[in-house]
Design a protein around this ligand. Structure first.
Ligand code: ADP
Ligand code: ASP
Ligand code: MG
Length: 462
């Protein structure tokens, strides 16, 4: 391999020993061109955003308390990781950035409000701090490493907090800022999640977005592999916080991974797959606490046999189910279009849909505009919204062509009330909606059904 992108998530850079492991993993890669993309240390993005909320609510003193926790944590990491000659200038920069954060927090408190633009600037310090410290560590180890601020190349639009990277502008910027460093033989260290508008205003590309940053960089620089280093052994057959004995999936297809990510498997951001697909770059999900594990390889086609194999169970909790029944008693021409126009108008993403002659059920996550949506739909339909629902999704290549799977799903959870089912829209998922309260039971029941340790295929699962 000539060029790889390695992304390390929050837990992989949470303290000095985690950063040491990351350095060892970086050094161990037998690859001449390495680009390391870092997240903020675990919990720091939330804390930074919290300072803005507190300041806007008039609780400036509490905001400063949180800021001082952030300052102390990073200075502690720097001092534990670096010898004094290195830690002194790094701590100087940490202090000056935290002072800048303090000015920002004070400004928000004076105004009594925080805009998305100021939240993005606040949040950007998390990734900037971890990259600053990690870069110094590599240099101190005697490696040639260059810190490249992602805002110099990750050009985005102005949608603060969910900015969209500009795929036409970024390649040129990567040529200017990243490629020369690689040509100089340096390991490039940069930040995930953050970017800037063409006029240099700091943006962020959405929570959990460092995976997306890494995938974009990898795809636009034609990397040979994109590695997502996290705190689990790879993509598992279910969320390990619900199913502690979930199995590692050794290999899966881009489509399976993207479906899983889209349906809530936090381990991989949904936007991380498309850039990889566009250039057919393998993505590997690995554990920075357990680097010798082989992780999960995500490739174009995981199984060419055409057999259906259920690979994993994902879920999205706390969603809202909207039932829309046409008041005209038949599915009039334009009914679906009118419904989706309303969701589009309020920029509300619809996840799953099921339709019958006169009714449509749809699930949404973002309820910011729920009242307006119900109001407008109410002009041509009877609308009912139920909160506290969860979508559960069974994912695997070729599911649509295998008659037994839906029956097994329904059988396994026969005691549970299902609010809606969607199958067949995609080759590879069967999804349904249940009450939030039943979610954990349902995931466990399905896991028992499809991943019974005795008869799982050991070529695919660990
Ligand atoms: P990072 O900070 O490295 O980006 P995340 O917390 O975003 O890490 O993602 C890793 C977490 O995703 C795991 O710790 C696990 O709890 C959760 N997770 C949810 N579903 C799955 C799954 N199917 N396989 C693996 N991990 C999962
Ligand atoms: N630090 C950011 C977040 O917590 C981005 C990331 O970790 O991927 O959302
Ligand atoms: Mg993540």
């Amino acid at each position: 391999m000539k060029r790889i992108v390695m992304k390390f998530g929050g837990t992989s850079v949470e303290d000095a020993s985690a950063m040491k492991r990351v350095a060892a993993i970086t050094v161990a890669q037998q690859c001449p061109e390495r680009i390391v993309v870092l997240s903020a240390a675990a919990g720091v993005t939330n804390q930074l955003l919290r300072t803005g909320e507190l300041a806007a609510q008039g609780e400036e003193a509490t905001a400063f308390d949180v800021l001082s926790i952030i300052r102390t944590r990073h200075k502690t990491i720097a001092k534990q990781l670096l010898p004094p000659s290195f830690s002194a200038p790094v701590c100087g920069t940490i202090d000056s950035w935290c002072d800048e954060l303090g000015d920002l927090v004070h400004g928000i408190a004076v105004l009594g409000e925080a805009t998305l633009r100021s939240f993005d600037l606040l949040a950007s310090f998390g990734e900037r701090l971890s990259a600053l410290i990690f870069h110094a560590h590599l240099v101190e180890l005697g490696l040639t490493a260059e810190l490249v601020d992602a805002r110099s190349f990750m050009i985005t639009d102005h949608h603060f907090s969910r900015a969209v990277p500009d795929l036409t502008a970024i390649p040129q910027k990567l040529e200017e800022h990243v490629v020369p460093a690689l040509c100089r033989g340096a390991i490039v260290v940069t930040q995930g999640f953050i970017g800037a508008t063409p006029n240099h205003i700091t943006t962020t590309i959405g929570r959990g977005g460092s995976d997306h940053s890494a995938a974009l960089i990898g795809s636009l620089l034609d990397a040979d592999e994109i590695q997502i280093w996290t705190d689990v052994d790879g993509i598992l057959t279910a969320d390990p916080s619900i199913v502690p004995d979930a199995h590692r999936i050794k290999v899966m297809s881009f489509m399976e991974a993207s479906e899983l990510a889209y349906f809530g498997a936090r381990v991989l951001h949904p936007d991380a797959i498309l850039p990889a697909i566009s250039k057919n770059i393998p993505v590997r999900v690995l554990n920075s606490r357990h680097p010798e594990s082989h992780g999960t390889a995500i490739i174009a086609q995981a199984d060419s046999s055409g057999h259906c194999i259920v690979k994993s169970i994902a879920y999205k909790e706390h969603i809202t189910l909207i039932s829309i029944v046409s008041t005209r008693m038949f599915l009039a021409h334009g009914f679906l279009e009118n419904i989706f126009d309303v969701f589009h108008k309020y920029r509300t993403v619809v996840h799953t849909v099921a339709t019958s002659d006169i009714s449509v059920s749809a699930t949404i996550n973002d309820t910011t505009h729920l009242a307006e949506i119900i109001g407008e739909l109410g002009q041509f339909a009877t609308v009912n919204a139920s909160e506290a629902k969860a979508i559960v999704c069974v994912v695997g290549d070729n599911l649509r062509n295998s008659p037994g799977v839906a029956a097994r799903v329904l059988n396994a959870i026969s005691g549970v009330n299902i609010n809606m089912i969607s199958a067949g829209a995609s080759e590879i998922n069967v999804s349904f909606v249940v009450d939030d309260a039943k979610l954990e039971d349902v995931v466990r029941l399905l896991h028992d059904e499809f991943f019974n340790s005795q008869d799982i295929n050991r070529d695919i699962f660990d």
